[in-house]
Ligand binder design. Structure first.
Ligand SMILES: NC(=O)c1ccc[n+]([C@@H]2O[C@H](COP(=O)([O-])OP(=O)(O)OC[C@H]3O[C@@H](n4cnc5c(N)ncnc54)[C@H](OP(=O)(O)O)[C@@H]3O)[C@@H](O)[C@H]2O)c1
Length: 252
């Protein structure tokens, strides 16, 4: 097993002592307002995947933060493309994190929320069928009624919008049922749609020290959007890997 990577704070200082898990978690706080955090890993030249998968960009430091972010959210939002392609399994948290969540008055596990227009998903998908908390599937009115019915065996299927999913209404509903701290793990089309609807409050970006070269897509895709200014909240470093946290400008 690889040693646990030391993670240091670069900005704001001081650097020096490696952060503990608690120190890292404190750098990614739960906020006292509804909040959508997005987490991605990229190469220095902006690739979203290597050979089609994020795994080639990730490493121990990225995985450590990825796990911590899952541990502090109320719901985990993912596009159906990423769920299908990356072979998502059910969300798992270790006993210490579950105990921490109980102490904070949170549900033991975050709720998985899958975003899909076509509902090209089956109820035996392990992320849905073996989920520790009944998942939610967000879709729009143009999805097939029989697919909605099939998925309703294992998930709450919710419809927002007729031909296009109304993400603003969907997220409002999640918040109204107590799912206020949302973590989106991608992928690019979902991130693009959330950016376009101006729903992104935070971007956590791991920059992996390599050049992927031409060919790969970016971390965002799909719907055009005006530029959304961000403020840098911190820079953590684990060797050559940077862990950046940016906040929407009016949320700082
Ligand atoms: N580097 C990273 O951190 C990272 C993270 C995640 C993914 N990835 C990579 O990204 C690639 C997948 O990209 P992707 O853009 O296909 O991922 P995606 O955004 O997860 O999936 C796109 C699919 O999700 C559903 N979807 C997303 N936004 C929607 C919206 N606004 N309304 C309705 N449905 C929506 C649709 O599903 P239906 O087709 O069912 O309608 C759509 O076809 C893979 O290579 C994966 O490895 C990388």
């Amino acid at each position: 097993m690889e040693p646990v990577p030391e993670i240091h704070r670069v900005w704001p200082g001081p650097g020096g002592t490696p952060l503990t898990d608690e120190g890292i978690a404190a750098a990614y706080p739960r906020l006292d307002r509804p909040h959508l955090r997005v987490n991605f890993v990229t190469s220095v030249d902006g690739a979203v995947a290597l050979d089609g998968y994020s795994a080639g960009l990730s490493g121990e430091a990225d995985k450590r933060v990825f796990k911590l972010l899952r541990g502090v959210c109320d719901a985990l939002l993912v596009g159906a493309g990423t769920l299908r392609h990356e072979g998502y399994g059910p969300v798992r948290l270790d006993a210490a994190r579950r105990a921490w969540r109980r102490e904070q008055g949170l549900a033991e596990y975050p709720t998985l929320v899958v975003v899909s227009g076509r509902l090209d998903l089956t109820p035996d998908n392990p992320a849905l069928a073996a989920a520790p908390v009944r998942p939610i599937v967000l879709t729009c009115g143009s999805s097939a009624a029989e697919r909605r019915k099939a998925l309703a065996e294992v998930a709450d299927v919710q419809v927002y919008g007729e031909t296009e999913l109304d993400l603003t209404a969907a997220l409002d509903h999640l918040r109204s049922v107590g799912l206020r701290q949302l973590l989106c793990e991608g992928g690019p089309h979902l991130f693009g749609a959330l950016t376009s609807a101006d729903l992104v409050d935070e971007l956590c970006l791991t920059v992996s020290p390599l050049l992927a070269g031409p060919g790969a897509a970016r971390i965002t895709a799909g719907t055009p959007s005006p530029p959304r200014p961000l403020a840098l909240a911190h820079v953590l470093a684990a060797g050559d890997v940077l862990l950046l946290r940016y906040l929407k400008i009016d949320k700082t």
